[in-house]
Design a protein around this ligand. Structure first.
Ligand code: PLP
Length: 360
């Protein structure tokens, strides 16, 4: 197989792929293919509970927050967040517009109430994130929304913006579980699975329970966090296979990596290896992100000319590296090195980049 450096769906641990193959034949303890296991079975209810317990243990997430397993991807959350948290057309939500995905998250909020873009990176070409002194978040905002890791541009917050007395909402789709953090500083976190957690099909939502009490009463049940919470994420047929895969990825993280400190340490080593090549050959490789905002997950760069870029991609594909083409909105090169990407694979890519540069 080629090495999967794609922006997502990303690579999964080899051990998990083997477990999934086995489960497609016969899920452990069921005697049926996982693809045909009833979502109303005790087995599946226990799987959801165990997955939640593992997630809580990894994050040290207290009972103040509920965990939901939903469908519709991160994009559905762009709508569900304002539908639940903007309770009148007069209320204002604050958004940080730091790249492709946070820009996408803003238009659905306009349908529910007022939006203030607290910081807009477009004038600077989305090459950097705001510094703390550049943000003046309001005390009376309904919430502040930001994207912790801009997947397309490879920009990652290494600090937590917003005020602790205003609801803080974060799209962590592309860096969830990549490093330790205090989940209680967030009121709502969402992350789709297809980067660090498993295949597409399931999206995790961590929400402070107190917020649910204040949400509007007239939401359609399928779009209401409360209906999913009450049904323990089995409101309608959930993506059983995707949730099973998430459960195996969490077990891998706990049993093979250890904890989020170790995960972060490994992610840092991978990212540093690639950024060090970029920095060593500035006449060929041009990093996209300002150095302080470089992402541990998506290493985005351009080459000196479009011709060199095309040649780089051609040779990389030939050498067995897949998914290095930058996002269609940006072009260039993007090496996505999610949790399951090994140091060995990153080392191979780094050596390929060094050899390509040395050949001139
Ligand atoms: N948010 C971020 C940070 C993303 O990277 C993406 C997609 O890659 C999305 C949202 C959209 O996710 P989905 O395709 O699951 O709706």
């Amino acid at each position: 197989n080629a090495l999967n450096f794609s922006g997502g769906p990303g690579v999964l641990p080899a051990r998990v792929l083997e477990e999934l193959e086995e489960a497609i034949r016969s899920a452990p303890g069921v005697g049926l293919s996982i693809l045909g296991v009833s979502h109303r079975s005790d087995w599946f209810a226990e799987l959801v509970d165990q997955t939640e317990r593992d997630l809580r243990a990894l994050l040290r997430l207290p009972e103040s927050h509920a965990v939901l397993f939903l469908q519709g991807g991160a994009s559905l959350q762009f709508s569900l967040v304002p539908m639940h948290l903007l309770r009148s057309k007069e209320q204002t939500a604050e958004y940080l517009r730091t790249g492709y995905w946070s820009a996408k998250s803003i238009s659905p909020a306009h349908l529910e109430g007022q939006v203030r873009v607290l910081w807009d990176g477009e004038g600077g070409g989305f090459h950097r994130l705001p510094r703390p002194h550049e943000l003046k978040p309001a005390a009376d905002a309904a919430y502040l929304h930001y994207v912790s890791n801009e997947t397309v541009e490879g920009l990652q917050f290494h600090w937590i913006p917003g005020r602790d007395d205003v609801i803080r909402v974060c799209d962590m789709s592309s860096d969830f579980l990549a490093y330790p953090f205090d989940p209680t500083r967030f009121d709502l976190i969402y992350a789709h699975a297809q980067k660090n957690l498993g295949p597409a099909g399931v999206t995790l939502v961590l929400i402070r329970r107190a917020l649910l009490e204040r949400a509007p009463a007239d939401l359609p049940a399928i779009l209401d966090y409360r209906a999913h919470l009450q049904a323990r994420s089995i409101y309608n047929t959930p993506p059983v296979f995707a949730i099973y895969a998430v459960s195996r990825v969490l077990r891998w993280l706990i049993e093979e990596i250890g904890d989020l400190d170790r995960m972060c340490e490994r992610n840092r080593r991978k990212a540093e290896r690639l950024y060090s090549v970029i920095d060593r050959y500035p006449e060929l490789y041009r990093g996209w992100a300002a150095p302080e905002d470089r992402s541990l997950m998506n290493v985005v760069f351009r080459l000196a000319t479009p011709e060199r870029e095309a040649e780089f991609l051609r040779q990389a594909t030939q050498a067995g590296f897949s998914g290095l083409q930058g996002h269609r909105a940006l072009g260039g090169i993007r090496a996505s090195i999610y949790n399951a990407m090994t140091l060995v694979a990153v080392e191979q890519l780094a050596e390929f980049m060094e050899e390509f540069a040395a050949k001139g």
